[in-house]
Write a protein that binds this ligand. Structure first.
Ligand code: GAL
Length: 302
């Protein structure tokens, strides 16, 4: 078992850096699959797996500039390179397993690689958790901008896509179709004008909690959270969590393991080459009578 220091770039079982930023963990078949951004070379999304959350074995570059592209029912733009043959941006990838179709469905934030004007949602699928995903393109849900994003899956399989809209001013919650290949309803426009991004959702004892950050590019800021009795229920106002920099991090996702809730965050390096120095944090997230508390630890609380 390894220990990882919060805020640093961790290593996989071969001693290589783990590039899975703005990521997500899916538990499937006894394994934790960690997906995230990998901006090296021609890669977009890489996948690692572990059974104990500390020994991470590299699996595959699941989405790259060379991934297979295939249109799928919904009208999307199939574009894994920009007009100059350069890279696009696929940020904050999240993956769910769809029990009805047997597919692993990935949602991410798409940009053209030059600026942040596309503000679109991208989708890709695969028959296995760590195989080569097929890219199905990007689109703007109901014509809306869609930037920082996450997914949430209910026990009954109903899933939601949550993303920053209207130049990040509002946070939208979309219910997905039962194959997870499209949105079927815009169920919330949360906290209009509060510019929340980096959403991460979990459910504790029947209550839903959503953590978000403010918008200050790569710099960390004051995290906030809200709660609701149901995803489509009424969400509370925002309350602070952590300190003015959320202990040097921006939310990536929340994971429940053995009765504990783990907050995974990114400590971003910045633009250009600095991006590749971006590290990870895992802090324990505790709930006391409806209030959430984040515990800053030096070592990752894995
Ligand atoms: C952050 C966002 C990141 C990335 C970055 C680019 O606000 O959470 O995912 O888009 O801006 O500056």
């Amino acid at each position: 078992m390894k220990t990882f220091i919060n805020g640093t770039l961790w290593q996989d079982t071969k001693g290589e850096p783990i590039h899975a930023h703005g990521g997500w963990i899916l538990f499937y078949g006894g394994w934790y699959y960690w997906y995230g951004e990998d901006r090296r070379s021609r890669y977009y999304v890489s996948c690692y797996r572990s059974q104990n959350l500390t020994d991470w074995e590299f699996c595959n570059h699941v989405l790259t500039m060379d991934s297979k592209m295939e249109g799928y029912r919904v009208q999307t733009k199939l574009q894994l390179q920009n007009g100059d043959g350069g890279k696009v941006n696929l940020e904050r990838p999240k993956v769910l397993y769809n029990r009805k179709t047997g597919k692993f469905v990935l949602w991410a934030h798409f940009e053209n690689g030059k600026d942040y004007s596309e503000a679109a949602a991208a989708i890709a699928t695969c028959d296995t958790p760590d195989g080569d995903f097929t890219y199905h393109g990007h689109f703007n849900p109901y014509g809306c901008m869609s930037r920082d994003c996450t997914l949430f899956q209910e026990d009954d399989g109903t899933a939601y896509f949550i993303s920053a809209a209207r130049d990040n001013a509002d946070l939208h919650v979309y219910r997905l179709t039962d194959d997870y290949m499209n949105v079927e309803a815009l169920v919330h426009r949360l906290w209009q004008g509060e510019f929340r991004e980096a959403p991460a959702v979990t459910k504790i004892g029947g209550t839903y909690y959503m953590l978000t950050s403010f918008c200050t590019n790569w710099a960390p800021n004051q995290g906030k959270y809200a709660s609701a009795p149901a995803m489509e229920g009424r969400w509370s106002n925002l309350s602070d969590i952590g300190d003015a920099t959320t202990y040097g991090s921006q939310p990536a996702f929340l994971l429940q393991k053995d009765g504990r809730v783990l907050y995974f965050g990114d400590r971003w390096g910045g633009d250009g080459e600095k991006y590749f120095t971006s590290g990870y944090v895992v802090y324990p997230l505790e709930e006391h009578e409806g209030k959430l508390v984040l515990k800053p630890t030096v070592e990752a609380a894995l």
